[in-house]
Design a protein around this ligand. Structure first.
Ligand code: RFL
Ligand code: PHB
Length: 426
């Protein structure tokens, strides 16, 4: 059994933990990252593909933007396909110039791991956190196992970036914790294919056969998703069935001969869909960030971006506490992030329930979905609402804290202003 100490103990080397470690390192605050899996597993896990403008900006500001700027594909809109027709929703016009970037989570993680190993503090792979004790004391302790041996890490602060199945959430006593959850009755079958993208932007398709999404990883590689029943075995989906179903769900009325370009499928998996939030994001000196605190169904492309937003806010708060002993930003962390989180929860739920076909869905339900999609396609205002949510709120102006409205429409001088962001944000 060995013991060590650090300022910030970070559990999990996904995007949340790695970006937090990087931001702290840049500000001169030391940390140790403990990661259950080995490096190649973490670097290969196929997940998100879309980075909001604010996520790109924070990665750049953190010194992790070099390859992203070279290889990321900037997109100015998406295509909604329903009733056999395409409708483009443009982003920069209604959002004051915001766009999204297609750059896979695998690449973000590779870039951050390389920087951490080269310049940052310790990043220990194969280190499984078991428990965190003393959350409500001045020195919480992480108990972990590595190489079959037990170790402990004493910290000023512990941050659970250990994803939905992590253990740090359990350091928050049930009596102070509230969780909100919705499990959807369908999953996504996701494939990676050596085939050029369907179109130069992402296509989100509503069809009588269920939802389909055509995304991409590069000009030569497609990332494609199909709605399937919850509990589907990927073995029931041989490659030809995947392609046929994509052709059927993405079909265009005016071009009945249109088909996807097919290629070798190199990965295939089924992903359950869930919405989940635990509140608060802090107990004593233990904090939660990213998927450890909240899950969204992937239809809104929000999970990775929320994780980046959480740790951007948290890094600034930890630096302020470590440098000046000021607890104000740490005290505000949970409320600050929860406003953005609930906005993203709503958008992800909205995108999911508007585009998927639920078991037992009635023709009435389908007509309502199509009416909503038509409204988004036809109305500048409804399109702008989607564009604003999809491209994400700028960091630092997440969702403004509620202020009392004066009769004149101006905020009171003493209104609850969110503490100024700065330092890490754009
Ligand atoms: P992660 O990435 O799950 O990382 C958690 C890390 O913690 C480790 N861990 C432990 N380490 C030590 N001790 C323990 N006891 C531990 N328990 C766990 C794990 O091994 C892991 O390395 O969480 P993080 O960092 O919060 O990042 C969240 C994102 O990964 C996630 O929200 C996104 O991938 C969600 N998501 C998307 N988000 C977007 O913003 N845009 C997208 O386009 C998008 N597409 C997606 C997605 C998620 C998907 N899946 C697989 C659900 C598409 C899909 C298909
Ligand atoms: C992806 O490229 O993996 C991706 C894109 C958009 C989503 C979800 C996943 O909404």
């Amino acid at each position: 059994m060995s013991t060590a100490a650090t300022t910030v103990g970070i559990i999990g080397a996904g995007p949340a933990g790695l970006l937090l470690a990087r931001l702290l390192h840049n500000a001169g605050v030391d940390s140790v990252v403990l990661e259950l899996r080995d490096r190649s597993y973490v670097e290969r896990r196929q997940r998100a593909g879309i980075l909001e403008q604010a996520t790109v900006d924070v990665l750049r500001a953190a010194g992790a933007g070099e390859r992203l700027d070279r290889e990321g594909m900037v997109h100015d809109g998406i295509e909604l396909r329903f009733d056999g027709r395409s409708h483009r929703i443009g982003f920069p016009g209604p959002t004051g110039g915001r766009r999204v970037t297609v750059y896979a989570q695998t690449e973000v993680v590779k870039d951050l791991i390389a920087l951490q190993l080269d310049q940052g503090g310790p990043l220990l792979f194969g280190a499984e956190a078991r428990t965190v004790t003393g959350a409500d004391t001045g020195r919480p302790v992480v108990h972990y196992v590595r190489g079959g041996e037990e170790h402990s890490l004493t910290c000023d602060y512990v941050v659970g970036c250990d994803g939905f199945h992590g253990v740090v959430r359990d350091a928050v006593p049930p009596a102070v914790r509230t969780t909100y959850e919705r499990v959807y009755p369908y999953s996504w079958l996701g494939v990676l294919a050596e085939a050029p993208p369907v179109y130069d932007e992402l296509v989100y398709a509503h069809s009588p056969r269920g939802f389909a999404l055509a995304s991409m990883r590069s000009p030569e590689v497609s990332r494609l998703y199909l709605q399937v029943p919850a509990g589907t075995d990927p073995g029931d989906w041989p490659d030809a069935r995947v392609w046929d179903e994509l052709d059927a769900r993405l079909a265009l009325r005016d071009d009945p001969d249109w088909k996807l370009a097919r290629g070798r499928i190199t990965a295939k998996s089924v992903l359950p869909m869930r919405s989940f939030v635990t509140e608060p994001l802090r107990y004593g000196r233990v904090f939660l960030a990213g998927d450890a605190a909240h899950i969204v169904p992937p239809t809104g492309a929000k999970g990775l971006n929320l994780a980046a937003a959480d740790v951007t806010v948290l890094a600034e708060a930890l630096v302020s506490a470590a440098r000046d002993g000021s607890a104000a930003l740490l005290d505000a962390y949970s409320d600050t992030c929860l406003r953005r989180i609930w906005r993203a929860e709503h958008f992800s739920y909205f995108m999911t329930t508007t585009l998927h076909t639920a078991p037992g869905q009635t023709p009435f339900d389908t007509r309502l979905q199509l009416a909503q999609l038509e409204r988004i396609a036809a109305s500048e205002h409804a399109g702008a609402e989607l564009a604003e949510n999809y491209t994400g709120l700028p960091l630092g102006r997440a969702v403004p804290a509620p202020t009392t409205r004066l009769p004149s429409g101006r905020s009171p001088q003493s209104g609850q202003q969110r503490p100024a962001q700065g330092g890490f944000g754009p």
